[in-house]
Structures are given as structure tokens and as C-alpha cells.
Design a protein around this ligand. Structure first.
Ligand SMILES: Cc1cc2nc3c(=O)[nH]c(=O)nc-3n(C[C@H](O)[C@H](O)[C@H](O)COP(=O)(O)OP(=O)(O)OC[C@H]3O[C@@H](n4cnc5c(N)ncnc54)[C@H](O)[C@@H]3O)c2cc1C
Length: 380
């Protein structure tokens, strides 16, 4: 007879690692299935909100490449705005192979089992549990968490055929370099409907480009190469990795029979900033709490998970989406009346750190943007 796990988690990214940690800590038997060998690379800027520390009882220091509270914004490489976020915790810059593996290792110390290099190929519900099929044979779990990211198939297999999401595209390159004064760079004018970033790490940069509102196809590679050259970095010899992003596009059910979606599988990425790590961790934690309660006999726990994500995260994302739809339509004005406001970078930092909510600032920001649109300076 094969083992019956309390919960099987598919995917060892931030959502899966977090869910595994919190379930194992509550004494539940957990199996994580990951198709790649850990540590694995994930195309990502690796900017992480320090708020996530509140949701764990261990120290993340070994997983953080560096911390910085200096931001620099540009428009077409000019008109810079520099900001020192003094009121907030510094932002974490992480390498995702290190960060994600660290989280999984923390879960393992709590008793979670990991099988990496194990791709899930299908799932079947068997009266009271899930059978999860892999190349090395089936495994069984009472509950299932789909944490297989933007490219995973679990949501489809669980019957979520038409999830609300806006698929965005991004390209990332990791360049080795000596970083002397770490600054988080955002460039808004060189790409339409998105931004370019340069995030410092202890031993180099994550340079990338993403568009979040659709529009005409753009030549990401040459735009990124031109941008990197402004930092003296030659991307022609550096590999660039493309990856989709599943942006939040409305609240929706995230639970079904003995299973929930977490992280990007649940389409929780901020449509304004493309921040996905913090909400993936948040939803992984809430998914673990829900499944723990379901295992203890709470028949409404999974439904409550859907409600909690909508209330705590979706309500914020609605404002982020409204802001994004105006900002990326008129980025030139957005840059002048939004980013260049003296208080704006501090506010953005506070939102990222969880000290301020979009709902606290969005109404005024939207008024300012539409004021700029009607009577202000011309756009892009
Ligand atoms: C270029 C780029 C830059 C980004 N920059 C940032 C940033 O700076 N800050 C930020 O907060 N967010 C950023 N994001 C978003 C962030 O990377 C994601 O939102 C986050 O990784 C989602 O975490 P997750 O745990 O849901 O999924 P993932 O991290 O994608 O992990 C899913 C895991 O599931 C595994 N898997 C998939 N299918 C299967 C299967 N069938 N069987 C077994 N395993 C499977 C995958 O191998 C993967 O390891 C960026 C995204 C992109 C594309």
C-alpha cells in the first residue's frame, strides 16, 4: 500500500515552499513534487518585499543577496528621479535559485518531503483523495495544492478552464558584475505598456523587460541590450530567458474538490508592478492554513481560502489594475505627474513593504493622472 500524504504540493517555488513549510510545521505530512532539480533558475528580477518576513519564524538572511533602499527611475534613460526609502525596511534582492531552495529546505526541516526532478503528468480524484501521476509512479494525498506557476497545467487539470488572468510577457538576463552602489533601477520610456528594470545582486545584475497591457509586439531583445549598454553591460553574450506572467484580472474561485490554487497558478500577480513573490508567499501561507483546517474537519475551509484571497489581496489588486490601466496608457504623463512627485517613490516603497495599501492612495493618484491627461503635459 502506498503512503497517503495529508497534502501533495505541486511546484517548489515561493508558493509551494511556503505552503509546505506552514503545513509541515502544523504536523501535517507533506510531499512537494518539483519537475526541475533544485536549486533551479526562475526568470525573475528577484525584488522581494521585506513584509514576507512577518509570515515566518525563521531568519531569511542566508537567502538574501543584498538589501537596498535606494530607487532610481528614468524616462528614456533621462530625467532621473532618485529616492531613498528611509521610512521603510530595505527591499530584498534575491537570486531565485537560492531563495526558493532555502524556503523548501526550511519546509524539509519541519518534516516536509521533497521529490525534485519529478514532473507531475496528471491527476485523478479517487472518492476521498487525489492520485497524482508522475514518471516514477503515482502518489496519493488527501489534499492538493497547485503551486506550479504561470506555465503549469494543474489548474486546467483541476477543472479551472477559464481562469481570469492577463498574461504578460517578460525577458530576463543575469549579468555578472561588480556592484559598488546598489540601486534599484526602473526605466519607463523605452518600452511601451511596461517597464525595464535593473536590480542589483551581490555579484551582478538582473536586467529585464516586461509589458503588462498587451499592445503591439516590441523587440524586447534589442531594447534590453540597449538599456544594459547604458550600464556598460554587454548582453549580446548573456543568455536571456523569456517567461509569461499571470497578472491578477479579477477575483475568482481558487478552490475545488480537496484542492486549491496558490501563487501564480492562482493568477495573483500585481498588474501595476508585476510583483509576484509576496502574493505567492501570502497565498501559499493561506492555502496551508485552509488545508490544515479542512483536515481538522472544517468543511468550509477551502471556500474561505477563496474569500480570504479576494478580501486581503484581490481588493488591493483592483486598485492596482485601475492604476495600471491609466498609467501604462499615458506613461509620459504618468512619469511626470506620478513618479516625479517628491512623495511618490516613498509611497511606492511603503506599498511594497505592506505599510500602505493601494486603496489608501489610488483615488488621489488616479485623479492626478486624469488631471494630467486633461490639462497637463503631453504623454509618451
Ligand atoms: C522575468 C520576470 C521577472 C519577475 N520579477 C519579479 C520581481 O522582481 N519580484 C516579484 O515579486 N515578482 C517577480 N516576478 C514574478 C514572480 O517571479 C512569480 O510571480 C513567482 O515566481 C510565482 O511563484 P510561484 O511559486 O507561484 O511559481 P514559480 O516560482 O513559477 O514556481 C512554480 C514551480 O512549479 C514547477 N512545476 C511546473 N509544472 C510542474 C509539474 N507538472 N510538475 C512538477 N513541478 C512543476 C516549476 O518547475 C516551478 O519550479 C517576475 C516574473 C518574471 C517572469
Amino acid at each position: 500500500m502506498t503512503a497517503m500524504y495529508d497534502c501533495i504540493i505541486v511546484g517548489a517555488g515561493p508558493a509551494g515552499g511556503t505552503a509546505a513549510y506552514h503545513l509541515a510545521k502544523r504536523g501535517r505530512s507533506v510531499l512537494i513534487l518539483e519537475k526541475e532539480a533544485l536549486p533551479r533558475y526562475k526568470p525573475c528580477g528577484g525584488g522581494v518585499s521585506p513584509q514576507v518576513a512577518e509570515w515566518f519564524d525563521f531568519d531569511f538572511t542566508p537567502a538574501i543577496s543584498l538589501k537596498t533602499n535606494t530607487l532610481r527611475f528614468t524616462w528614456k534613460l533621462e530625467d532621473p528621479v532618485e529616492a531613498q526609502l528611509d521610512k521603510t525596511e530595505p527591499i530584498w534582492m534575491v537570486r531565485r535559485d537560492v531563495f526558493d531552495h532555502f524556503l523548501v529546505q526550511q519546509a524539509q526541516t519541519q518534516g516536509a518531503e521533497l521529490r525534485d526532478r519529478t514532473e507531475v503528468s496528471g491527476i485523478e480524484f479517487k472518492s476521498d483523495h487525489w492520485q497524482v501521476n508522475t514518471a516514477t509512479g503515482p502518489v496519493a494525498g488527501r489534499y492538493l495544492i497547485a503551486a506550479d506557476g504561470a506555465k503549469g497545467s494543474m489548474a486546467k487539470w483541476l477543472g479551472f478552464k477559464d481562469r481570469k488572468r492577463r498574461l504578460a510577457g517578460a525577458l530576463e538576463a543575469e549579468a555578472a558584475a561588480q556592484v559598488t552602489s546598489p540601486q534599484v533601477h526602473f526605466e519607463f520610456g523605452m518600452v511601451k505598456n511596461g517597464y525595464i528594470w535593473n536590480f542589483p545582486k551581490a555579484d551582478g545584475y538582473s536586467i529585464g523587460i516586461g509589458t503588462f497591457r498587451g499592445g503591439e509586439p516590441q523587440d524586447f531583445k534589442s531594447i534590453l541590450t540597449e538599456y544594459a549598454a547604458s550600464f556598460g553591460i554587454d548582453l549580446k553574450t548573456t543568455r536571456q530567458y523569456g517567461h509569461p506572467i499571470a497578472l491578477w484580472d479579477g477575483d475568482q474561485p481558487l478552490h475545488t474538490q480537496n484542492a486549491v490554487l496558490a501563487g501564480e497558478a492562482a493568477c495573483i500577480v500585481d498588474p501595476m508592478t508585476a510583483e509576484g513573490i509576496r502574493p505567492s508567499i501570502f497565498s501559499g501561507m493561506k492555502a496551508a492554513e485552509a488545508i490544515d483546517q479542512a483536515l481538522s474537519g472544517n468543511g468550509n475551509a477551502l471556500e474561505q481560502y477563496t474569500e480570504i484571497i479576494a478580501k486581503e489581496w484581490g481588493s488591493e489588486m483592483l486598485w492596482a489594475q485601475r492604476l495600471a490601466s491609466v498609467f501604462y496608457r499615458i506613461p509620459g504623463i504618468g512619469y511626470k505627474v506620478g513618479v516625479k512627485r517628491p512623495t511618490a517613490p516613498e509611497r511606492m516603497g511603503q506599498i511594497l513593504c505592506g505599510e500602505l495599501r493601494y486603496s489608501d492612495v489610488a483615488t488621489r493618484a488616479l485623479k492626478r493622472l486624469s488631471g494630467g491627461l486633461i490639462g497637463g503635459p503631453s504623454g509618451s
